[in-house]
Design a protein around this ligand. Structure first.
Ligand code: ZN
Length: 58
């Protein structure tokens, strides 16, 4: 069973979203979520976006 990194439910029951990161040139799966709602909640809970944004100069 593929479980959601956020809520622990079976992602195959939903429309799953996957997160990959490139570490030392290798692509690694670091997260899998039921949908964007779980991904978004996970990002907020972990504060993954704090100070990490690419800056857009307008
Ligand atoms: Zn979920």
């Amino acid at each position: 069973m593929n479980v959601c990194s956020y809520c622990g439910r079976d992602i195959d029951d939903h429309r799953p979203v996957f997160v990959d990161e490139r570490l030392d040139g290798t692509r690694r799966r670091t997260g899998q979520f039921c949908n964007y709602a779980c991904l978004s909640a996970h990002i907020e809970d972990e504060e993954l976006t704090t100070g990490a944004c690419c800056r857009l100069e307008m």
